[in-house]
Design a protein. Structure first.
Length: 261
């Protein structure tokens, strides 16, 4: 099971960043879950330099820039230099700022070219009884996967994040039954791009109001490979409770994970 904590912009002091990182280090030692933290850009350097632990570093975004004269951009080369293992691409909060599927594809190319695994977010803004949201998801996936080679497609981690479930609380998250259905649906869509075996092996995360109270139900028998956490990852006690809730043998398994060194 892969747990990616996306601190977003909740963490605004080095002190808090270090405390949260130390908490994750302890959990990574004792637990069977893999933990990655997507921290604000400037904190990547702070935490990377002292990281001898199992906690993997992730970035919340990457630039499409190849480097050089692009003021303010954080390139994949810089992230690679800081030993970043994953980068979140196409998060709905960035898409809301104008990030298109084309930009998402360019960012994926940048990440892959530098050996960083992209965690690509897809998700509908609302649900309707006619199932239009399923067609929307199919369109999002197609727009991204059609630009990638067969080999590149296998490198992608997908994060299914229905926008309507983000930033709320456990009561408003996707239900375990719906998650089971969605994971199946996404794997079925993936068959078209990565073959049946590839689809079975693909890592799919869920994100949207995962909290200590619903984490284990969402993990158990739903077919999900892990979670992309937002607010629950920015509080040491809540994050600890959540990871501990996942530590029952049936749930925690990292067997499927193939993570770059
Ligand atoms: P949330 O955020 O856990 O606060 O709902 C999830 C996300 O945006 O990845």
């Amino acid at each position: 099971m892969l747990i990616v904590g996306n601190w977003k912009a909740y963490v605004e002091s080095q002190k808090k960043a270090k405390t949260l990182f130390a908490t994750a280090k302890k959990l990574a030692l004792t637990s069977r879950v893999k933990i990655a933290l997507a921290v604000p850009g400037p904190y990547i350097g702070l935490l990377s330099s002292q990281n001898r632990s199992k906690v993997l570093l992730a970035a919340q975004d990457v630039s499409v820039s190849l480097g050089g004269a692009t003021t303010g951009e954080i390139t994949a080369a810089v992230l690679k230099d800081l030993k970043v293992a994953f980068v979140i691409i196409g998060h709905s909060e960035r898409r809301a700022m104008g990030e298109t599927n084309e930009i998402v594809s360019e960012k994926i190319q940048q990440a892959l070219a530098h050996g960083i695994t992209p965690i690509v977010c897809i998700g509908e803004s609302e649900r309707d009884i006619d199932g239009t949201y399923l067609a929307f998801l199919r369109g999002q996936l197609h727009a991204i996967f059609q630009t990638l080679s067969q080999e590149q497609r296998q490198e992608i981690i997908l994060a299914y994040e229905p926008i309507w479930a983000i930033g709320k609380n456990a009561a408003n998250a996707l239900s375990p039954t719906d998650l089971t259905e969605m994971i199946l649906y996404i794997r079925k869509m993936l068959v078209e791009y990565v073959t049946e075996m590839g689809a079975e092996k693909s890592i799919i995360l869920y994100g949207g109001s995962v909290e200590p109270s619903n984490a284990s139900a969402l993990a158990k028998d739903t077919g999900v490979d892990g979670f992309l956490l937002g607010h629950a990852s920015a509080d040491a006690d809540i994050f600890t409770a959540l990871v501990k809730a996942l530590l029952i043998p049936k749930v925690a398994s990292s067997a499927r994970l193939k993570i770059r060194p």
